[in-house]
Design a protein around this ligand. Sequence first.
Ligand code: SF4
Ligand code: SF4
Length: 259
Amino acid sequence: MQYMENHFDKRLDPTKLVDDSKSVVSLLLNYFPSEVQGDPSAPKLSKYAYGTDYHFVIKDKLKSLLQYIQEEIGEVSGRAFVDSAPVLDKAWAAKAGLGWIGKHSNLLTQQVGSFYFIAELIIDLDLEYDTPTTDHCGTCTACIDACPTQAIVDPYVVDGSKCISYFTIELKEQLPTSLKGQFDDWMFGCDVCQDVCPWNRFSKPHSEPLFNPHPELLSMTKSDWEEITQETFSKVFQKSAVKRTKYSGLKRNIQFLKK
Ligand code: SF4
Ligand code: SF4
């Protein structure tokens, strides 16, 4: 959070991130899987973390895009961002008309739902700019009603310190015993507010092979997860974002879900 505060002006002003920047090119990449975990009683893993860490996958794609722009247009300078710099990626994507920010605070599109990574290229090239789209949440409150920890405290306002994603990924200390039984079996991240969103009926499976999970991951049963060894963890999450929480963090989360 301190990092966010320190970089607040940079988040608002792309010229502070890239000298002479003129345009933000916002991009989405689908990660909706064709298959989910097979055992309905197994501890759950957020869909975005099934395959290779998206930071690596997307950075490579952005580099290729910048290179393509340079080949086509000439001297263009820019920088690629995937969560890794203090950029307001959802706000930029909404401003670019890629979708609207839903009541669950994720970017949401009428055509393809919300299971998308967002990334940006900030470049020193003038472009024709898109305009924002409209909000289509209407009177729906499905995400607010379904959140297991009541983290969506008001429409469009998620209290990050109450969100299961924060607890299972960011929190380094012990999980608060007051929340025992409220995690709805999520061991890494949480997809509830996106899973219940009616617009995600339009989600279609991604076509990025690197986002496919390790062949054993989706068939792991509840007891496989409860008995997971360091060796299995390293194998099934070899290049995954789950590595952020380390073996000890995932074990802590799985232990917390036990009745
Ligand atoms: S990710 Fe889960 S815990 Fe966080 S706001 Fe959405 S439903 Fe609530
Ligand atoms: S579940 Fe309903 S309120 Fe929540 S983001 Fe989706 S459409 Fe909006």
